[in-house]
Design a protein around this ligand. Sequence first.
Ligand SMILES: C[S@@+](CC[C@H](N)C(=O)[O-])C[C@H]1O[C@@H](n2cnc3c(N)ncnc32)[C@H](O)[C@@H]1O
Length: 202
Amino acid sequence: MTGDHYFTAEPTTAAQPREVEFSVAGRDYTLTSAGGVFSAARLDPGTAVLLRKAELPAADAAGPMLDLGSGFGPITCVLASSAPGATVWAVDVNERARALTAANAARVGAADRVRVAAPDDVPADLAFTQLWSNPPIRIGKAELHELLRRWLPRLAPDGVAWLVVARHLGGDSLHRWLVEEQGWQVERHASQKGYRVLRVTR
Ligand SMILES: C[S@@+](CC[C@H](N)C(=O)[O-])C[C@H]1O[C@@H](n2cnc3c(N)ncnc32)[C@H](O)[C@@H]1O
């Protein structure tokens, strides 16, 4: 046993690669996941709600887009497949998650358009047309707020962010904090299986 969390920088748990299969918008995905990353054995139910309910980018959507906290890369792979002309930045603190995201981007034929990076390695001048995240609630409220205060302002002026948060993990209070304390426009776009899908704009 180890004390690893899914957001550990360098997981020491056995990798034990496994296949994760899911479908989004009529497209089938088979990706590789592994121990030591978030939702190692399946597509997370919150991520599934996000990918089902949010508005996936149109085929001609421009980037760059950001997958904040990519894990093994399911959101990155869906964005890159939905918008074949866009560059997608996949950011995660967990190096195993980054390696899996890069490998999965290659599996969906998007290796040339997916940039996998640690948070500090994202160029400061990029403005994202879309930001997608199933954010790491377990890091704690203060850290989560700091994360969103860091990345939401990286949206382009007309950019849109899509977030999914479980209601019992504070989805509604996060919604209020974004509006009342941070001044974002937030729409509860969908609610399913206890998850809130939030659409965030300036
Ligand atoms: C809830 S998981 C979602 C993973 C993946 N997007 C999915 O849907 O399966 C959140 C991810 O955020 C990552 N994370 C934690 N803290 C982070 C930070 N400060 N910056 C970027 N990513 C972070 C974690 O390592 C984890 O992979």
